[in-house]
Ligand binder design. Sequence first.
Ligand code: FAD
Length: 445
Amino acid sequence: MGSTHHPLSIAIMGGGIAGLALAAALVKKPHLDIHVYEAVSAHSDVGAGLALHRNALAAMALLGPEVHQAYLDKAINIGEDAEAEMATDIFFACGPHANTGADQEPVAELGRAKGRKSVSRADLLAGLLGLVPGDKVSFGKRLTKIWEEEEEEGEGKVKFEFGDGTKGEADCVLGADGIHSVVRGYVVGEDHPARHPVNHDRWQVYRTVVATEDAIEAGVEERFTRTVPILLGPRGHVNCIPMNKGTRLSAGVAVRGAALGEKEVDGPGKGDNEGRRKELDVGLYKDYTPEARAIVELVARDTSASWAVGDHDNAPVYFKGRVAMLGDAAHASLPFAGNGAAQALEDAAVLDHLFERVKQPSQIEAALGAYDAVRRPRSQDVVGVARMLGRAYAFAERDIHEDPKKARVFFTQAGRFTNEADLTRQNEEAMAKMEDSVRGVSKNN
Ligand code: FAD
């Protein structure tokens, strides 16, 4: 593939995990001129703790050692021994197989890896932001409109407009603008049934972040403040993630069927939760184990951080012309597979790999087509796995909660699919598809 005299301009909409990780990698390529446009004026700490699985770490390593290091600098070891293998542990919080007692083993595990860590979303964003030069990121720029104009064959620019009335253009736009993505509306069409997020199972999530010592004082088992446990039960599953080098604990309860409506999807820190949030009724958890109840009671103390979660039905395509979407914009998933950020990072790794070879505007569509072909099936399967896990956590997926052996097989398979992908092969497949497509175009010309 040939080169061009001027750098290709790439506008990245959204400076979240997907947008900043991608920017941190692309900014190293001299043939690209990137700029990130982020809606908010500064990132706030919405108290989300991320426990990144093996595929997320592999994707960061592909994006560059400094991206991986930015994460390592901010993350905490989940276990006491930094080299020990750790997993997300699944327990039953009620029923005949309840197993949350201090001497009991988890029923299954998801995402085992050596030296596993957790990180607060705000810390990770700060680390990634530090890798992108300040003049390449504009805050307070909320994308409102996007359109493409063909000027000469293969030379048209993508145009866009922000909420403050300013406009811009680029050779390519990559939409990493989250679950309520504006770019998604452009790519799939505003009237498409998969345009907006949905909450088919009416999930309501309650989450609190407290000092770890306060959690222990409130009765939370010490071991649940140092690991990533998920305690399952029919009226809600309970989980904990250690944050901020072990000094704070993010604890949550997710209840299936508790949201106000199917279409209600807020996201943490979004929307006006006041006045319409639902209280978490601790009385419903009398048959849960004492260890699970202690966490429910801690979360119920303050339900101001409560929201309806959602995901996307499958988009038919992830790109249109020179515009593509990635991360939650393309495939928001329920948080139950712990793999949304990981999938966003896998997207970024593939795009970064492809754009190494994209030197002319006429090659952009081939790159976005290859990205779509490789990433859409896998990322949409992960959305499906997260839905299935959510039902399993609520004792509503077949009968697996009745048989710990079946549960172990089920969770192990789901964990392997999301976390143990061969990402180098994924990148290579995408590159081969792009090269085929570019060859096909030049043969036809
Ligand atoms: P976001 O992080 O949402 O970023 C989108 C960015 O775009 C934001 O900064 C936003 O302000 C900006 N934006 C929005 N609209 C516009 C616009 N119009 N113009 C410009 N900018 C815009 N994933 C894991 O892998 N592991 C976990 O353990 C895990 N735990 C989770 C726990 C919870 C409670 C939740 C809710 C999610 C969890 N996830 C987890 C999922 C993960 O947080 C998301 O998948 C990930 O943040 C997606 O990254 P993103 O960059 O695509 O979107």
